[in-house]
Design a protein around this ligand. Structure first.
Ligand SMILES: O=C(O)CNC(=O)[C@H](CS)NC(=O)CCC(=O)C(=O)O
Length: 268
């Protein structure tokens, strides 16, 4: 059994302010008994320009944002899924959107680079070309935790069930999903997709979201969710910064997979 937290944020252009808000959320999660906390996509920076994003991008070896998270995970004895951080890519004009996991001793134990990039034109004011600034990852990532195998997926990845099948094949019982969904697509699709991925893979999903208005003019949908392997919403935060927590238990994953063994009935 573990208590997990999804931290909802409304990050802006100021890395120092965003890190202070992330720290406040992590401390509140730990004070509420959480052993694992998930930060949202772009928690440390919702960049308002490509140059700002590149300036704050860190290397795989570390940097000030990674140092802060290692310090917090160690001092709070808290596993942290660090939403996404921009890490330098081979192409100097682009970055990788990386989800890093720190264990409760401050060791970085996993890195997942967002595979599916959001190149979508939703109409005036909602045109996204993520691949202009980001390089796609190509590797499915899971990591063992004391509470079960944890898989990583980011935001738009939610729309690709084959990624979640690959995570299932790798043995996941919990998926962390940092996100920054748009308001119109979030309202139409977010909850149904999170619950569908949880139901079809009989796993927990801890989905932490950006929710609010940002310095770069964007608005995000929020609605951070913790969903159990049966698809029940254990916790939800509709709007604004804050945290939600829930209890997870790997025995529930096994129980659901016994009761309704669809993950054992695959034919393709
Ligand atoms: O560009 C940045 O600064 C941060 N990146 C994001 O916020 C990413 C890419 S634009 N957002 C999504 O993937 C939204 C997906 C979504 O909303 C959907 O699938 O409907």
């Amino acid at each position: 059994m573990a208590t997990v937290a999804a931290i909802q944020m409304s990050s802006g252009r100021d890395v120092g302010a965003n890190l202070a808000a992330a720290e406040a959320g992590l401390r509140a999660a730990q004070a509420g008994g959480a052993q694992l906390a998930v930060l949202p996509e772009n928690f440390a920076l919702m960049a308002d320009s490509p140059s700002s994003r590149l300036r704050h991008a860190e290397t795989d070896d570390g940097g000030p944002i990674q140092d802060a998270l290692a310090y917090l995970s160690r001092t709070l004895s808290l596993w942290i899924v660090a939403g996404t951080i921009a890490l330098r890519s081979r192409d100097p004009a682009k970055v990788r959107s990386a989800c890093l996991v720190f264990d409760d001793r401050g060791e970085r134990v996993a890195r997942y680079d967002k595979i599916h990039l959001f190149d979508v034109d939703l109409g005036p004011g909602e045109r996204y070309a993520e691949s202009d600034a980001f390089e796609a990852g190509d590797t499915v990532v899971t990591v063992a935790t004391p509470w079960g195998r944890l898989g990583l997926a980011i935001c738009y990845d939610l729309r690709f069930p084959e990624l979640f099948r690959a995570l299932l094949d790798a043995g996941v019982e919990i998926v962390a999903l940092p996100a920054a969904f748009t308001v119109p697509t979030g309202a139409a699709h977010w909850e149904v997709l999170v619950r569908a991925r949880a139901i079809e893979n009989s796993c927990y999903i801890v989905a932490s979201a950006q929710g609010g208005r940002h310095d770069n003019g964007r608005a995000t949908f929020g609605h951070s969710l913790i969903v159990d392997p049966w698809g029940a919403v254990l916790a939800e935060r509709p709007e604004g910064p804050g945290i939600v927590t829930a209890q997870i238990d790997r025995a529930s994953v096994a129980a659901v997979r016994r009761r309704l063994p669809s993950v054992m009935h695959r034919r393709l």
